[in-house]
Ligand binder design. Structure first.
Ligand SMILES: Nc1nc2c(ncn2[C@@H]2O[C@H](COP(=O)(O)OP(=O)(O)O)[C@@H](O)[C@H]2O)c(=O)[nH]1
Ligand SMILES: [Mg+2]
Length: 227
């Protein structure tokens, strides 16, 4: 059980799976911070009793806002050296977190980012989604100037310094691009680590609709123009 790592889990309507996910994370990491974003199902009740911290947004504010809330909470936890962002829907794997922590500790970078595309191609990822991801990738890299193989992976490890400094202002799914812009702007060092994302019927039925990629692209452009 590691107590120098905090795992932040944004939660929105994940009642069928969230208890199992949180319990599994809690079995390895002492500090698990769930940010329940005004779920309309029984997600909060499922998290209670798991030993995780449960923070509740009174209204739905989006995944980016939930991550910021959770990351800020970890600043008050003693002895935490790394902050992990981890999905509540069962798509992320605990083994990957362990490997990412090993890599960031060994290489001493500011951030470790999960990538689905660094090694073999993802099993079960819908073809259309793969194409959209590739386009989003080329677009995001050209805007941020980073060289990544996966720009919309929710599995990340932040060093204490980054977790202390980061200010995510984009509330919704486009926060993933904003985090990369912050990494580029602040000159944080980063390493990509191959991870696997599990695609289940449950996660497919809930995941982000692909039209969001278009929205996100607009959003990135708007911020670029506004700067
Ligand atoms: N707090 C919060 N979490 C959200 C929201 N939307 C999605 N999530 C969570 O963010 C994670 C990823 O969301 P998901 O819809 O599975 O996105 P995808 O897998 O990237 O297509 C899951 O843990 C969700 O429960 C939201 O509005 N607020
Ligand atoms: Mg998902």
């Amino acid at each position: 059980m590691r107590s120098d790592v905090a795992v932040v889990i944004p939660v929105y309507n994940e009642q069928p799976v969230v208890r199992q996910v949180v319990e599994a994370v809690r079995s390895q990491y002492e500090h698990v911070v769930c940010v329940n974003d005004a779920s309309s199902d029984g997600s909060a009740a499922e998290i209670e009793g798991t030993g995780a911290y449960l923070l509740n947004h009174p209204i739905n504010m989006g995944q980016g806002a939930a991550l910021q809330t959770g990351i800020e909470f970890t600043r008050g936890l003693p002895g935490v050296r790394y902050v992990v962002t981890f999905d509540a829907d069962g798509q992320h794997r605990l083994d990957d977190v362990g490997r990412m922590l090993a890599v960031i500790e060994e290489q001493g970078t500011d951030v470790a980012l999960g990538s689905r595309f660094l090694e073999e191609s993802p099993v079960g990822m819908p073809r259309a989604k793969r194409l959209v991801m590739k386009l989003a990738l080329a677009f995001s890299n050209s805007v941020s100037g980073l060289k990544l193989t996966d720009t919309h992976n929710g599995l990340r490890v932040l060093s204490r310094r980054v977790a202390d400094e980061i200010q995510i202002t984009v509330p919704d799914m486009a926060h993933a691009s904003e985090i990369l812009e912050i990494i580029a702007a602040k000159g944080y060092t980063y390493v990509e680590v191959p991870v696997q994302i599990t695609y289940t019927d449950y996660s497919r039925s809930k995941g982000q609709p692909m039209i969001n990629a278009v929205n996100i692209a607009f959003d990135i452009l708007l911020r670029k123009v506004a700067r």
